[in-house]
Design a protein around this ligand. Sequence first.
Ligand code: GLY
Length: 368
Amino acid sequence: MNRRDFVRTTVGATLLVTVPRSARAQAPAVGTPKSRQPVVISSANGHKYTNGGKETCVQLAFRMMTEGADVLDALIAGVNILELDPADTSVGYGGLPNGDGVVQLDACCMHGPKRRAGGVASLEGVRTPSNVAQAVMQQTDHHLLVGPGAQGFARNLGFKIEDDLNSEESRKQWHEWKRRTDPDRYLDPEKRSAAGDRARDAMVAEGLIDPEHVYGTINCNGLNAKGEICGVTTTSGLAWKIPGRVGDSPILGAGLYVDGEIGAAGSTGRGEANLFGLSSYLIVENMRRGMHPKDAGMEALRRIKANTIEKRLLNSRGEPKFNVHFYALNAKGEHAGVALYAGQYAVCTADGPQTVDSEPLLQGKPGE
Ligand code: GLY
């Protein structure tokens, strides 16, 4: 045992002896990480797309992690598959663009053991914003770079900057949305926004765009055999958003939160609901207090439901007319997917990858 491990273990032992039970439940676990069963979890798209290769995000991340790669490096290699695959129109290259037809990407990542984090928002021209977020984490004293600053940072590091990240499909869908909403560019902003929402909902109802890709995102979290936990979230954000709109994905505590001693939580779905309550942070704090990842996530969903009181956001049952999904993993390797409405999440362990049902808070469908 080296001196650092000795000090950590000794401090842990002291806490167990002297701290009252009630306070102990609040204190972070301290001590040498125990051997764990490695696991990677993600939103369901993490076991759907392969970008023409053989492995999905969770498969690649799990394999790299168990072959000894740094957990965050493995997770980011996994989400790169979706960022580069135009078939997922919610992430990276080919993500549905903003209202002006420009793809603006958000991402963040957190490294549990290193207690470091980085993010980018409204980044244009780089297919893999998760890599730029990791560079912010590794090469700056900052946690978040946005817009042209983020792009300049990426350019200086040698990232390829492209004029247009639209794929044929995302450009086609944007034209369709534009045709429906903006025959006259001089509608007043309120009407234009309402028309935009209606057109987006109609395009989903007509099967033109995947409902999961309206706010679509990938969050991916992993735990290796040494008990090291990391997470990453990356997205093209809300389809047809107002240029400059940033959702929950790149915001630490909202779209992702990792505490290396406790666990990781991340989100997909309506970012505004999640930004309001910093739900990923709340979930990790709930796990710190001893809650199972499922209960911790359910509590955050109940908070979102309670905070959703505006009529325009409610369905005919008076419940949120959008979905929010959380993916939570604790330091023991227990995990859960929970959502306002039914959905699934992806898991990869030594037994292989699978897609499993998430626990819904509410019955029915969001829009009914
Ligand atoms: N959760 C992705 C977004 O709202 O941008």
